[in-house]
Design a binder for this molecule. Structure first.
Ligand SMILES: [Zn+2]
Length: 217
């Protein structure tokens, strides 16, 4: 009996230590409204929200050679993305944008669709609440590769190429594996964010996230 009580104390102690080191995440808590939405390194995540009426004023359509239908990015990101996709194509890779700028209301519909179809937990894990999606900045793009299935982009040669080369064009893999506790999003091999070449290179070389980069400045 004594041994069992000791064991119970031990288990409780371990649980308390784990709770101390891994507290419940703070996502969607203490939300700040973003006051620099046009900044190329604007931070949009589960704690930083864009207003409903924010829409970039320099959106441009991606050349349909590199997008599955009409998709828009901010001018600088659009030029960089087309250059990336063109260079990739010359090397035998297929990089095609399947999602880029999304407005607040569309994100709202998307999030509610997931809630309705798959439940709140799923929606929270796989989507973002309106105002909390980077796609509203016009600086984020989801891509697909040779298998024409962005959800399985991880399995493509294009993913390996993007992971190692997208920074040269100013893009970062925004939600890397192992950084979920920092970004608040699960690993998304298909989602890239434009931040400019200099900062993308630093983030790539240091193997950090945009959150960590901004904190370290
Ligand atoms: Zn995305």
């Amino acid at each position: 009996m004594d041994k069992k009580i000791k064991m119970a104390y031990y288990i409780i102690l371990v649980i308390l230590i784990l709770l101390f080191f891994f507290p419940e995440d703070e996502f969607y808590q203490n939300i700040k409204i973003i006051n620099n939405p046009n900044n190329l390194i604007v931070l949009v995540n589960k704690n930083n929200q864009l207003l409903r009426n924010y829409k970039p004023n320099d959106l441009e359509k991606i050349n349909l050679e590199f997008a599955n239908e009409n998709k828009y990015l901010r001018k600088e990101a659009k030029i960089a993305f087309e250059k990336l996709a063109k260079d990739a194509k010359q090397l035998g890779y297929r990089i095609v944008a399947v999602s880029a700028y999304r407005d607040y209301d569309y994100q709202n519909e998307l999030f509610n669709y997931y809630v309705k179809e798959k439940g709140l937990d799923y929606a929270l894990e796989c989507s973002a609440k309106p105002g909390h999606s980077e796609h509203q900045t016009g600086l984020a793009v989801d891509v697909e590769g040779e298998n024409k299935d962005y959800d399985n982009f991880l399995d493509t040669k294009e993913f390996t190429w993007m992971k190692n080369n997208s920074y040269k064009y100013g893009f970062i893999l925004r939600y890397p594996k192992g950084k979920e506790h920092i970004t608040g999003f699960k690993f998304e091999p298909w989602h890239y964010r434009y931040v400019g070449i200099k900062i993308a290179k630093e983030i790539y070389e240091k193997n950090i996230t945009l959150e960590e980069y901004l904190k370290s400045r």
